[in-house]
Write a protein that binds this ligand. Sequence first.
Ligand SMILES: Nc1ncnc2c1ncn2[C@@H]1O[C@H](COP(=O)(O)OP(=O)(O)OP(=O)(O)O)[C@@H](O)[C@H]1O
Ligand SMILES: [Mg+2]
Length: 367
Amino acid sequence: MTMASESTNIMVVDDTPANLKLLQEMLQAKGYLVLTFLCGATALKAAAKNPPDLILLDINMPEMNGFEVCERLKADEVLKDIPVIFISALTETADKVKAFAAGGVDYVTKPFQFEDVNARVEIHLRLRRQQLELRSLNELKNHFLGMAAHDLRNPLGWIMGYSEFLAIELKPSLTKTQAEFFDIIVTSSKFMLGLVNDLLDISTIESGYFSINRQPVDITVLIKRIVEINRVLASKTNKPIIISCPEQLPQVYADIHRIEQVINNLLSNAMKYSQPGTDITVRLRHENNEVIISVADQGPGIPEKEQRKLFQAFGKTSVQPTSKKERSTGLGLLIVKKIMEAHEGRIWLLSEPGKGTEFIFSLPLMP
Ligand SMILES: Nc1ncnc2c1ncn2[C@@H]1O[C@H](COP(=O)(O)OP(=O)(O)OP(=O)(O)O)[C@@H](O)[C@H]1O
Ligand SMILES: [Mg+2]
């Protein structure tokens, strides 16, 4: 049994004064603070000024009917999560379906029994409270994740930088085992730094503060530069990277650093999941008002029934890195997808078991 409190605000909207009076008296007797309105437009204005915790809404009203009132509430960022319970004399299934489609959470038919209305009010208020609690716990989780990742980043950077420096400085005097130990320190700290950066990105994305800094970009120049950097890594395992692009491409409107992150992630996957001696191809083309970029490998492909796992947090598939030295977390593609969404671009894949995988994404041209 939920105890209603004076601070719980319920709005009742009905064009029949007798209905309003009845609901108001009964809800007030349960301890709720009740505000009544005879028309939708005034109720919407009042809700914008002081959002209620729940709304009881009639459907048949002159000027603006209940469906429209509800749709307007749902279109408003601040008001969209307020639970709306329809109370209507309409008993047709089609009307009930329409009410839920408009965003209602429940439907009571008139003439109503107050205990029925009250039970529904209580349950939806409880669900709403739980939703708000979960949201704030999630925010707290993102906050801690962001703080931890941020504070780990600098010391990890120092560990990686200094161990790399020492490994080079001391190289002539190191035994084989000591050199191997240095190698383990450097690769592990690189992996951890990558993971910490990914977690920091995820916490920024989840908390809604992820933003991109777009500018006109010559995408061919950018991609050639990124590929050159990756070529060094790819050549170590004999995986040539081939670029295929037309002489000229129009400028795209993008965040250079974030697009670099997308290509690096896709190239890193192509290298990580394919066999030495196979090609990786980066293709660019202009289509309608987009530039389409793809990264294709000749790796094992991703089984179709596992593809739904991609683009999800920790969404690893049965495809494992080809080298034991490589590690996999399952965050890369989620970050790639979020970056693409922020660019109003699309990302998809073509993959055939035994033949390879091609990740394709589109970037809008300069407006
Ligand atoms: N080119 C590819 N070929 C085959 N499988 C792939 C390819 N790219 C991704 N996958 C599969 O999709 C999963 C998710 O990829 P994602 O890039 O998100 O994470 P990851 O590579 O495991 O780790 P990281 O967070 O370091 O990127 C991988 O674990 C792998 O199973
Ligand atoms: Mg990856």
